[in-house]
Design a protein around this ligand. Sequence first.
Ligand code: SF4
Length: 466
Amino acid sequence: MAQNPLPFYERVEQALNDAQLQAALQKAAGKFDLARMRAWDELDDVVAMRDRAKGVKAHTLAHLDRYLAQLAAALRAAGGQVHFAADAAEVQAIVTGIVRAAGHDLVVKSKSMTSEEVGLNGALAAAGVRAVETDLGEYIIQLAGETPSHIVAPAIHKSREEVAALFSQVAGRPLADADIPTLTAVAREELRRQFLAAGVGISGVNFAVAETGTLVTVTNEGNGRLVTSVPPIHIALMGMEKAVPTLNDLMLLLELLPRSATGQTITSYVQMVTGPRRAGEVDGPEQLHLVILDNGRSDLLGTEFEESLQCLRCGACLNVCPVYRLIGGHAYGGVYSGPIGAAQSPLLFGQRDFADLPQASTLCGACRDVCPVRIDIPRMLLALRRRQAEGTAVSAEKIAFRAYSQITRKPGRYRAAVRLGGAGLWLWARDGRIRRGPGPLKGWTRVRDLRPFARRPFLGRRKDEG
Ligand code: SF4
């Protein structure tokens, strides 16, 4: 599931040495966060609204089986087909099966993190089906052969010059000096052809309303509408946590999602699809399929990590995270990055590839403060650290902590240890800092400097001066 084979700390190193990435992140993330603050200020009582939204998500998760059954029944009654997928392989089999059975070999896609999560494009390619991303950011990273680096802005790390070089290949002419509207027009021209030629459109789902079977997507580009209405078959992918009970609940969440994501009161398009094209309608697909993905989510229900499934995928926590703002999305190694990715990736995709992520946090709490549904990400990161420590604590570590506990209980022992340890640390110091510490300090100083203790401890100085 990890998308970058390098170890975490090497990915971090790479990101920290990428000056362009640093500049792009500081600019874009700061802009998004400022826009969010302004948009929240426009609301009468954003605190109460966030509490209500959290209540809706918590209630839905507590009764998820009921709401998923209701959603499936309502969508089937409207003429849609519903498939439940336990894992990535099942989604791949269901989607490629639908596409191949209909004899198509080209699909157009609008933005779907779920599709990224299950590696759908690779599975389609293996089945002889070409998938074309039509969200501008996704299109850029598909051309670059990369993965999204932000939930909302997948190509946040790309410069105009890099995009121009990619689009020059598509257009077959140099576009190095082209401005952004010109580059966008190149993408539009190319993608319009694909919309008309594709036999299947694949979209994500932001919310799925159980009482009506309505699938809702919020976008700022017209591609979502074309994907879901031009090709004869529409396949929508959603994680099981995207269900909401009623249209009223949807309205509440729609007040918060765009404001938290991009600072918009509402996105340019809010698309609500309830079933395939009906008799007499002029557009819309002949078939509508909804694929509902579990992929480890049901294992989190009823646990201390269930709260992570309340996520609206707004990206606000990424924009304020001091770690994300320095290392960007790719360093996290998976589809979901930033604070919520650090919590969800080990839970959904396993400790083997993502064991380091819960450590990639200062626990400052900024993510919790800006989350529209108040997800307590720091609490979950600490719980993950605790779980890791319980599972892997080596006896040497236990002995060290027992010794620490004995030393700190007696003032005399503590003072002697500080004197001895303090003097010892100076052996490794250069210019007042330890950059490569010995023994257990080696790992700690691999990514940060350590200051040795003061030559004269505070207690000693106080005594002298007092
Ligand atoms: S955890 Fe909260 S802030 Fe972060 S993406 Fe999810 S909803 Fe947005």
